[in-house]
Design a protein around this ligand. Structure first.
Ligand code: PA5
Length: 460
């Protein structure tokens, strides 16, 4: 497994003092990095953070593999019902291992496809249900809280769709992933006898891709979850190191922290030059946004901190966003994600057409063109004083993907320490949820019904 981080285009020597990091700033960062690591270690020792332990859970990996084997050959589609951290990791794995959705082939019992119901848009739901056969679908319902309205509603629809076709046998085609000690999903799963996996309490949704949340769907679509966890375990070992050369997560965190807080780069563009990492960019967007967008720091002071993550795809978005990135407000840092070795190279055929727009490309590879496009974009941004950095994965396979997940999760956790905020809660989404419960008539939410009525009255 080989992943590297190149921060050179974040330096003042490349993008100027106003936008890049000076040696003095980097020296200050070293001290901050050491205390961020110490702070995170302390919280981990107190049992607050469970994600570092996930890749080492051999018992869980084995249990999931047993279940996957039991069902093997009986389905051509895995239908995940979940949202946020209970869906995005599954999508990232599927996209990286099986290909971006528009180019995936149709599902077979040997190579099942993944359908993720992470929205309650009725047109989307109807379309998805029409695309699946209940007799050949395994349903995985995922909700840590066991009560998220979108997931509970979507699951009721899918459960009925299964029952209409399979009757009582439907329960045998449903797997639940939820908390062990709380939530109505756990109650229903027990009542109806679903195969159930549990999410540790100290693992938050967006940090749960290497728990049963991501591993169950991954194993069911044929991803080697042992290898996924092996890569993640390797990165975890590196993430405990004090040496910034070894600890990529800490090094990336401190560079991103300095460029954000000292040079006012309040937006981070995650810029994979790989369609297979496109799902991971959306997974990262949630991880970064929900973990680091906070009203208060740990002392209770109002800080309203956050760095807005944007997902862009290279080279595609060179033709949609780079104009803004080059000439618009200089408020962004760009993180390029590079894959060194494609799964299979594509040669551009030699066609001596006597037309210069074609002929210079003939005989070269698409990989070389992709690489040239990315290096050219990095150079153009740096030349315009736009700081950028590069993560390079040798390839996209299970080991590298697992390691990359863990790299980003540790980086996010270290960033939380550097900002002195709690990166593991999400109070900000609660009010909207409470209003939704009130609007949908859930009992016990009358206070929010009244508050919503006041809001509507104010709007006139
Ligand atoms: O990261 C998080 O904690 C959230 O994004 C949750 O994953 C999301 O709200 C879904 O929660 P649940 O798994 O309880 O349905």
């Amino acid at each position: 497994m080989s992943i590297s981080f190149d921060p050179r285009n974040l330096l003042a020597s490349m993008v100027g003092d106003e936008n890049g990091l000076t040696q003095a700033e980097l020296n200050g960062g070293q001290e901050a990095a050491a205390s961020a690591l110490a702070g995170f270690r302390k919280g981990y020792a107190e049992g607050l953070y469970g994600f570092p332990d996930l890749p080492g859970n051999k018992k869980l990996i084995q249990e999931i593999e047993v279940v996957a084997k039991k069902y093997s050959g009986t389905y051509d589609t895995v239908c995940v019902v979940g949202i946020g951290g209970s869906a995005l990791g599954c999508w990232a794995v599927d996209c990286a291992m099986r290909g971006p959705h528009p180019v995936q082939g149709s599902g077979t019992t040997k190579r099942p496809r993944l359908v993720i119901l992470d929205n309650v848009d009725p047109d989307f739901l109807n379309h998805a249900l029409e695309s699946m056969s209940p007799k050949k679908t395994l349903v995985v319902v995922i909700a840590k809280s066991g009560s998220t309205a979108e997931t509970m509603g979507g699951f009721l629809v899918v459960r009925e769709w299964l029952m209409n076709s399979l009757g009582k046998k439907a329960a045998g085609r449903i797997i639940a992933v939820t908390s062990e000690g709380r939530g109505d999903l756990k109650v229903l799963a027990t009542q109806e006898g679903y195969v159930t996996f549990h999410i540790p309490e100290n693992v938050g949704g967006r940090f749960s891709v290497l728990s049963a949340v991501g591993l169950v769907p991954a194993a069911l679509i044929g991803v080697n979850i042992k290898k996924l966890c092996r890569g993640a375990a390797e990165m975890t070992t590196a993430a405990w190191s004090e040496d910034l050369e070894t600890n990529l997560a800490l090094s990336a965190a401190v560079h991103h922290w300095l460029i954000w807080t000292k040079k006012n780069k309040s937006i981070q563009v995650a810029f994979p030059y790989s369609n297979f990492l496109w799902g991971a960019a959306f997974w990262f967007r949630q991880l970064w946004a929900e973990s680091l967008g906070k009203a208060k720091d740990r002392t209770g002071a109002v800080v309203n901190v956050g760095q807005t993550p944007v997902a862009a795809l290279g080279t595609t978005d060179q033709h949609s966003q780079v104009q803004l990135y080059m000439e618009g407000p200089n408020d962004k840092v760009y993180s390029f994600w590079v894959v060194e070795k494609p799964k299979k190279q594509v040669k551009i055929p030699k066609a001596k057409l006597g037309l210069d727009g074609f002929d210079y490309l003939g005989g070269q590879s698409m990989g070389k063109l992709l690489d040239a496009e990315r290096r050219a974009t990095e150079a153009a941004l740096a030349t315009n004083g736009r700081p950028n950095c590069t993560f390079t994965l040798e390839r996209v396979d299970e080991e590298h993907l697992g390691a990359f997940f863990q790299l980003m999760e540790f980086e996010t956790a270290f960033m939380g320490e550097l900002l002195n905020i709690n990166a593991f809660d999400q109070e900000g989404v609660e009010l909207g949820k409470k209003f939704t419960y009130a609007l949908m008539g859930r009992s016990g939410w009358d206070e929010f019904k009244e508050r919503f009525a006041d809001y509507e009255k104010k709007r006139g």
